[in-house]
Write a protein that binds this ligand. Structure first.
Ligand code: KG4
Ligand code: ZN
Length: 342
């Protein structure tokens, strides 16, 4: 039996500095340093993110190796997120991975962050089941909203994506309007559980094909809250649960409408969701419902593999390693890195 490769993977595309060690398709360690500095600004500040990556990267990699009980000289390859993401953030991980692979004289493997979110489903973990090809992937986070037809590991077709804000931004910007702390998604989820989703109505935007749009919703909510608060200064406070439930159910409708259209158009065996917003309880139950209505398997990875993490970069790198698809050391980070087809 061939020896499974030991891969160190680095993720630094946004505001989480992460390093993971994988043996084959199994995760030995997966360390994430989340940057708290952005909280007081209500969103990620790119310049601060790259500085924090610079501070975090060496300790995070050291802990990942330690946790995995691996000496760096035993590594088979070093993988990193080449893009898409914030350029200043990507540069930190890219430069670090290039230097390390050069000094260890092991192959370097570039990974597309969005493909990695999808390939996270293939991590060998007893709590997760691997989806069967072809499947539909919905990647939803603070930075992305994408609907992808996945025919094979590196044969993916983007069917639709957001034309403006990502779905996580819709949650976070709504939370900001309501005076909640950043990131507000989990709070909206929490308050919505106690609220009546039919109390307030927000229109579903008409967007062509399988694309999404969330910026109109944000404007509608802002106008609605401004108007109601003019008549009653305690409006938000007194109706927090119902507002959150109504907003959340509108977001769920926007997403599920497109998933439903995609399921009608493409014959797939499964529906797989990922990204930090996949933690949302209403989205989870809406997605799980497709099991009954559309006869597809539904896959939701463990939360640590949903949010930005290096284990997903490692699993994607494992599939590239098997194909000996390595990256030249002349590579540079690419903020708009497109899907790779191999
Ligand atoms: O994947 P992630 O950790 O980071 C990136 O944006 O790449 O996702 C973070 C996003 C934030 O917008 C946060 O508000 C949202 O995920 N989020 C949620 C929930 N948990 C996290 N949104 C709605 N409901 C939740 N339970
Ligand atoms: Zn992400």
């Amino acid at each position: 039996m061939p020896v499974e490769p030991l891969i160190l993977a680095i993720e630094s595309s946004c505001d989480d500095t992460s390093a993971a060690v994988l043996r084959g398709n199994k995760v030995l360690s997966n360390i994430v340093a989340s940057q708290k500095i952005h909280q007081k600004y209500g969103g990620v500040v790119p310049e601060l993110a790259s500085r924090a990556h610079q501070q975090n990267i060496i300790p995070v990699v050291s802990v990942a190796l330690e946790d995995a009980n691996i000496d760096k000289k035993d590594l088979s390859a070093v993988a990193f997120t080449r893009g898409p993401g914030l350029l200043g953030s990507l540069l930190v991980g890219t430069s670090f991975a290039k230097s390390l692979s050069m000094s260890l004289k092991v192959p370097l493997i570039e990974i597309n962050h969005m493909q990695a979110h999808i390939l996270a489903h293939f991590i060998d973990d007893e709590q997760m089941q691997v989806p069967e090809f072809p499947f539909l992937a919905l990647t939803i986070s603070g930075g992305h909203t994408q609907l992808v037809l996945v025919k094979d590991y590196f044969d993916m077709e983007i069917l639709g994506e957001t034309l403006d804000d990502a779905v996580g931004e819709a949650f976070d910007k709504t939370a900001k309007i309501l005076g909640l702390t950043y990131p507000g998604g989990p709070l909206i989820d929490k308050y919505a559980k106690e609220g009546d989703a039919s109390k307030f109505n927000f229109p579903i935007p008409k967007v062509d094909g399988l694309n999404f749009s969330f910026s109109g919703l944000k404007t509608n909510i802002l106008n609605f809250i401004t108007k109601e608060s003019r008549n009653d200064e305690n409006f938000v406070h007194d109706h927090m649960n119902d507002i959150c439930a109504s907003v959340q159910s509108t977001i769920v409708s926007i997403l599920m409408q497109k998933v439903e259209m995609a399921l009608a158009k493409y014959e797939v065996k499964a529906l797989a969701i990922g990204g930090g917003v996949a933690a949302n309880s209403a989205i989870r139950s809406a997605v799980l419902n497709f099991k009954n209505t559309h006869d597809v398997n539904v896959h939701i990875p463990k939360f640590e593999f949903c949010t930005d993490n290096a284990a997903m970069i490692g699993i994607a790198a494992y599939f590239k390693y098997q194909r000996e698809n390595f990256t030249s050391n002349a590579v540079s980070a690419n903020a708009r890195f497109k899907f790779e087809s191999l």
